[in-house]
Design a protein around this ligand. Structure first.
Ligand code: ATP
Length: 238
């Protein structure tokens, strides 16, 4: 069992708000992890700390055995950590292909190689045939797929998905989860922050639950769904 990511006792405060209060967990290489919790639980803050957008006040982030706590975001991206954002922001007037090439160029300066990586990523996310469409002309699910392709084009080993299923219809959620399971089979480790339980339950092998900046539960989707603390947290009584 190889640990790809080890988050150790991470704290983060914004003014008077303690967004994270000593969160620790590890992720195995190739694992599919769901990170859930009510609004304001600290999920996005944790992603921001793993991807290097924020530094923790205390605690460590260990990636592939290396302490990357002080590394800037671009260095983490080159080391194989990629993320998608809650609000998809493709470059609207660029084609699908060029959007993804921009992602690939984070990892290589060779335009031919970037194009190849981009084509592969477009294929992996199910957008083959749509390379020449302008990003602004895609529908929501296609925009989500594009966002995913842009992240994949950086050849990540660890992929962080921030609410990728938000706003999709159940059928679209299922299609996207299918795509994600295929991506996972390539050995890419995926952590999914998500409110859409249908996505988490069908995707994750293990679910971590945050509430008010603390980890309150961890287990299989089934275990977590029947955990009393989790149910209380979601009902607003925790
Ligand atoms: P949601 O599910 O609503 O996206 P979340 O679990 O992702 O919530 P975070 O966005 O991590 O939660 O926020 C955790 C807490 O930290 C919240 O109280 C939030 O208001 C606060 N917070 C997050 N980022 C900042 C910031 N840059 N400045 C001030 N407060 C922040």
């Amino acid at each position: 069992m190889t640990i790809i990511l080890d988050v150790r006792d991470v704290y983060k405060r914004f003014g008077g708000i303690e967004a994270l209060k000593g969160v620790s967990f590890s992720v195995r290489r190739g694992e599919r992890v769901g990170l859930i919790g009510p609004n304001g639980a600290g999920k996005t803050t944790l992603f921001n700390i793993i991807s290097g957008i924020y530094m923790p006040d205390r605690g460590r982030v260990i990636y592939k055995g290396v302490d990357i706590t002080g590394w800037p975001a671009y260095r983490r991206s080159r080391a194989g950590i990629a993320r998608t954002f809650q609000i998809v922001r493709p470059l609207a007037n660029l084609t699908v292909l060029n959007n993804v090439i921009v992602g690939a160029l984070l990892r290589t300066n060779d335009i031919r190689e970037a194009r190849e990586r981009a084509m592969e990523a477009i294929d992996m996310v199910g957008l083959a045939g749509k390379e020449d469409i302008l990003a602004k002309d895609l529908n929501l699910i296609e925009k989500k797929r594009l966002e995913l392709a842009r992240a994949l084009a950086t050849q990540p080993e660890l992929l962080l998905l921030d609410e990728i299923a938000a706003g999709l219809r159940p059928r679209e959620v299922d299609d996207l989860v299918y795509t994600l399971l295929e991506i996972s089979k390539r050995g890419i480790t995926i952590i999914m922050v998500e409110h859409v339980m249908r996505a988490v339950m069908n995707f994750a092998e293990r679910v971590i639950v945050l509430h008010f900046g603390e980890k309150i539960a961890e287990g299989t989707p089934r275990e977590v769904a029947s955990n009393k603390l989790v149910i209380e947290a979601y009902m607003g009584t925790g």
